[in-house]
Design a protein around this ligand. Structure first.
Ligand code: ZN
Ligand code: ZN
Length: 294
């Protein structure tokens, strides 16, 4: 009998084997999940960004190329299936991936192609780029996006519109860190003006229509923000609209597996949310169900 059926993370499990900014091996991540008391754990490695212009400075410094990150992801696609089988008795490993919305003009085909080719159990739909410029990385890049869009409010609105477009196009099971725009945005002004809230509401309508689950993502706390993603007004708006939540530790190495999940549970309960939606798997069939947090 699993006493904490709510303890499922659907976003995370990145490892140094397949990601420049993570540590450890995938096997170490899964061992850490067992040690942390998970019985179901979702792994959602990043897809490669197809284009030299999207390589991170760190990847360039390491001498990595697009070919290299494509090959790494293909290795991941094979490894996650092999390890899920090997760990099946001890841990249900959900075989997922976290998408990118680049290249801007062709990401829908690229992501659908990866999903089909590897038969992933689920997809985490995240937006780290707005019209091909990263909003998740270095401030200088964020400033380029601000300049291009004419300030923080129009940029944040465009961000939420991009999430809605992605959700409608790909129908991801999980929508990642819905207010990621806060990560850099809060340094430049308010990311919760009434116009931004309206854009977020329209995005939540898309998530609701498409049956998406919002990732209560604990990385917000680790990035020095005052709240996890999403922050309270957005959390409440989503809940009022009937959009469900799951947990995401957004772990990038074994030491971060499960990080912040207990706090995330309390955070939901404090805001009147007393259940999460989890995914599970029997052989190759993925199911979803609501689980009480109390
Ligand atoms: Zn990452
Ligand atoms: Zn992400």
């Amino acid at each position: 009998m699993n006493e904490t059926p709510w303890k499922v993370s659907l976003h995370g499990g990145h490892s140094g084997e397949f990601c420049d900014h993570a540590t450890g091996t995938l096997r170490e991540v899964l061992d850490a999940a067992i040690a942390a008391g998970f019985t179901t754990y979702g792994v959602s490695e990043h897809v490669p960004r197809i284009g030299e212009q999207y390589l991170y400075e760190n990847e360039i410094a390491l001498g990595w190329t697009v070919e290299k990150i494509v090959a790494d992801f293909e290795r991941y696609g094979a490894a996650i299936f092999a390890l899920a089988e090997e760990y099946a008795e001890r841990l249900t490993v959900l075989r997922g991936f976290e998408i990118e919305v680049v290249p801007h003009g062709s990401y829908v085909e690229v992501m659908s192609g990866y999903r089909k080719r590897f038969k992933f159990d689920y997809m985490v739909g995240s937006v780290h780029y707005i019209d091909d410029i990263s909003i998740d990385g270095l401030p200088k890049e964020f400033e380029r996006a601000l300049e291009l869009h004419g300030g923080l409010e129009p940029l944040a609105i465009r961000y939420y519109e991009s999430v809605a477009e992605m959700v409608r196009a790909l129908k991801p099971e999980v929508v990642g860190h819905l207010d990621l725009i806060r990560k850099n945005g809060y340094l430049y002004g308010a990311v919760d003006t009434s116009a931004i809230r309206e854009a977020a509401r329209a995005t939540l309508e898309a998530v609701h229509e498409c049956g998406g689950i919002l990732d209560l993502n604990t990385a917000g706390w680790r990035k020095g923000l005052d709240h996890a993603y999403p922050e309270p007004w957005l959390l409440q708006m989503a809940h009022t609209m009937g959009v469900p939540f799951c947990f995401g530790d957004d772990s990038h190495g074994p030491t971060l597996v499960g990080a912040g999940i207990d706090d995330a549970r309390r955070y939901l309960l404090e805001h009147g949310i007393d259940q999460v939606t989890v995914l599970g798997r029997n052989d190759d069939s993925v199911f979803r169900r609501e689980v009480s947090l109390v």
